[in-house]
Design a binder for this molecule. Structure first.
Ligand SMILES: [Zn+2]
Ligand SMILES: [Zn+2]
Length: 311
């Protein structure tokens, strides 16, 4: 292992995250923010994909698993939905404010708009993270949401390609729980854009298959190391590290998992997810599909396989 390799393994996470934020800054200052943000997002994803080949965490994960087309299709569906929401962002806060105003009881809202934008974004990340944490933990502990979230956990290797592999219902629940509190508090649109940018780049990095040494960053942000534990096939290990950006709520609520040895590469679920994109979308809504997701369809009268949820 050369010195350059070791140095890169330390600087790649902050460097890629920093490049993404710098690109987002330029995109948001342009006349076509969403278009340029997409260009930046895809460029960072391409850079991560390149480094996955140059310095992989797990070389076996580089082989095609036949799911790349489905991963990209789910990404486009969920990212597309997020962008429609972002485009409507200019008018949606007004609508929410009209509904919420009698309850909030303050014409200016509660949001500290006089704070520097950096502090507003930090505050918004912590508030949004509580919604993300609640949605994610509930999705692991309750069948009503695990049936959708299982799609994300069905991959047996983590790659940048499967970052956006979420069932659209899963994505909507998370977006609602993380964004609605910010709307009700009166956060301005730039805060939403920056929370979206931070979430996008940290999300790309959490799934990357790159040998990264994140050290003290593991105590602040959701890093690839923490997220690999979260994808562990062993549910007692996997039901940890729910936070998506900053890990504050995992630490406060006792679900932070960061033992002092390399994270497991035995990832996946006990059940089975359908092969085709459309069946993956409909599978959680049918009885047989649910049995497949829970791994209960394999043999008649087979003992019930205990999954991540209690039902
Ligand atoms: Zn999860
Ligand atoms: Zn994941």
């Amino acid at each position: 292992m050369t010195k350059a390799y070791v140095l890169l393994s330390y600087v790649l996470w902050p460097a890629l995250f920093g490049c993404g934020l710098l690109g987002a800054y330029c995109a948001f200052a342009s006349d076509h923010p969403l278009l340029w943000f997409n260009v930046v997002y895809l460029s960072i994803a391409a850079g991560i994909a390149l480094f996955e080949y140059l310095m992989p965490y797990e070389r076996d994960w580089l082989a095609p698993d036949g799911e790349i087309v489905n991963d990209i299709a789910h990404t486009l569906l969920t990212k597309g939905a997020v962008q429609v929401a972002a485009a409507a962002g200019a008018t949606f806060p007004i609508l929410v404010a009209m509904v919420a105003q009698p309850h909030v009881g303050n014409d200016d809202g509660l949001w500290p708009t006089n704070w520097p934008l950096l502090l507003q974004v930090a505050l918004a990340l912590v508030i949004a993270e509580l919604g993300l944490y609640a949605a994610h933990r509930y999705a692991h502990e309750r069948l009503i949401l695990w049936r959708f979230h299982a799609l994300h956990h069905s991959v047996e290797r983590l790659r940048v390609f499967n970052t956006g592999r979420f069932h659209v219902v899963d994505s909507i629940v998370k977006a609602a729980l993380s964004q609605i509190p910010l709307y009700l508090l009166g956060a301005p649109l730039p805060v939403f854009l920056w929370v979206g940018a931070v979430t996008a780049f940290i999300g790309l990095l959490t799934h990357c298959n790159i040998e990264m040494r994140t050290g003290f960053l593991d105590w602040i942000f959701s890093t690839p190391r923490l997220h690999r534990w979260h994808h562990s096939r062993d549910a007692t290990v996997g039901n940890t590290n729910y936070c998506e950006n900053v890990v504050l709520w995992d630490q406060l609520l006792g679900t932070y998992h960061n033992p002092p040895y390399p994270s497991s590469t035995d990832i996946g679920i006990k059940g089975e997810i359908a092969k085709s994109f459309w069946t993956q979308l409909t599978q959680p809504f049918t009885k047989e599909g649910l049995r497949q997701i829970l791994g209960r369809h394999k043999k008649n009268n087979a003992p019930v396989v205990r999954e991540r949820v209690d039902i």
